[in-house]
Design a protein around this ligand. Structure first.
Ligand code: NAG
Ligand code: NAG
Length: 394
């Protein structure tokens, strides 16, 4: 008898378990079905007019390539200086700097080259209030990257043989050595992100005023991405611009050669992060904001399947889309990349100016592949020709 009831209990329990599992499964199937059956009809079209603030050494070349491919495909007008790839170097961006170009009267769509950020002037040039976004990175990594990218000129400028010596110089004389507050070429040096984002070195050591400026930047940018969270950043970007995922599939461009990197010990990192306190303040502020954006994104896209997925397998919409993007990037790599080589070994449209970086040998049998690894100068030539043809017709 005892045996019999426990047998019944077991049967009942397993029956309920089966029912529960089938209900959950059907809910999942149903919700996945619904999501695929009725793709959300986007009421707003993909955004084609925007500003990207290209911070140095923040994976911004990869973002720029994504933007360039989009601009090229849609024949959009990219803001270009008269020559070169900088819209401003030592001064804040000023739209009248385009006065001397043939394309000064063209109706521009995209602002995306290196400059010192000045939103008011960008808005004036683009003739309307556009979405703006940028990217930040751990300032110790930014500095380490910049030091090697500009090797050997940057170190020589500060009288340091290598980055370890540079850090010793900073450690012993940061407050007394006037050279340390100078910038190589008038533009590269301490707190590079703050400099690029238009903040004056005069306020680098004034935490209170600096905080106000960060809050202003926070209002000026609709999205600030984080370089070490590239895939998540691009998921948020495509969401902001109403773009399909395929637009943000990419190769990692401008990667330094392995020998152009140095491991810093904890002590050295501490010296740098103290010296780069202003950039650290920027990085920490926007990293927090980024976390909030990811939470918002997951809440906004909470569906039955992501809800259940989160409940049972701790997945969410962001993790899901991040994985899709990583997969797509891998497929792009397999389809297009034959080899990775030092930049000096590359030719034609694939060669950048700087030989401290690696580049890609691309399978040219697939003609669409080239655009994923095309250099900045090669793109700028295409955009310049387009601007010239439009300024003649304007
Ligand atoms: C550019 O042109 C504007 C209007 O014609 C003028 O006010 C401004 O001074 C010029 N700026 C430069 C840098 O030439
Ligand atoms: C920085 O200076 C302090 C005090 O002089 C010293 O203890 C420390 O080891 C130095 N750190 C580095 C990375 O040189």
């Amino acid at each position: 008898m005892h045996n019999h009831t426990s047998f019944l209990h077991k049967r009942c329990f397993s029956k309920w378990a089966i029912i529960a599992v089938s209900v959950i499964c059907s809910l999942i199937v149903l919700s996945i079905h619904q999501e695929t059956e009725q793709p959300k009809i986007s009421t707003t079209k993909e955004i084609r007019k925007f500003a990207f603030m290209k911070n140095h050494k923040c994976a911004s070349t990869t973002i720029e390539n994504i933007i360039f491919r989009f601009a090229h495909k849609n024949k959009l007008n990219v803001v270009l200086p008269k020559s070169g790839n900088y819209l401003s170097t030592t001064e804040l961006f000023d739209h009248t700097s385009l006065n001397s170009t043939h394309w000064r009267n063209v109706n521009f769509d995209i602002f995306s080259l290196h400059n010192r950020w000045n939103k008011k002037e960008v808005v004036t040039l683009l003739r309307e209030h556009v979405l703006a976004f940028t990217i930040v990175r751990d300032p110790v990594q930014v500095f380490e990257s910049m030091f090697h990218f500009l090797d050997p000129m940057f170190g020589q400028f500060y009288g340091a043989k290598n980055i370890h010596e540079m850090i010793r110089i900073i450690n012993t004389s940061s407050s007394t050595n006037p050279t340390l507050s100078k910038r190589w070429m008038g533009m590269m040096g301490r707190n590079q992100m703050a400099w690029d984002m238009g903040l004056s070195p005069d306020i680098f050591d004034d935490e209170v005023i600096f905080k106000k400026e960060i809050e202003r930047l926070d209002r000026e940018f609709d999205l600030v991405m984080v370089a070490d969270r590239m895939e998540e950043s691009l998921v948020l970007l495509k969401n902001l611009l109403n773009w399909p995922m395929q637009n943000v599939v990419h190769l990692n461009l401008n990667r330094r050669k392995p020998e152009k990197m140095s491991l810093l010990n904890a002590d050295e990192r501490k010296v740098l992060s103290d010296w780069l306190a202003a950039d650290l303040q920027i990085f920490e502020h926007f990293s927090r904001r980024f976390d909030e954006r990811v939470v918002e994104f997951n809440q906004k896209h909470l569906t039955m399947s992501t809800f259940l997925g989160g409940l049972f397998w701790s997945v969410n919409r962001m993790k899901h889309e991040k994985k899709l993007l990583e997969e797509a990037n891998k497929q792009l790599y397999y389809a297009c990349v034959l080899q990775e080589l030092g930049n000096e070994k590359l030719t034609g449209v694939f060669r950048e100016f700087n030989n401290n970086i690696m580049g890609f040998v691309i399978d040219t049998k697939q003609d669409w592949c080239a655009f994923y690894a095309m250099s900045e100068p090669a793109y700028l030539k295409i955009f310049q020709d387009l601007l010239l043809s439009r300024s003649i017709n304007a």
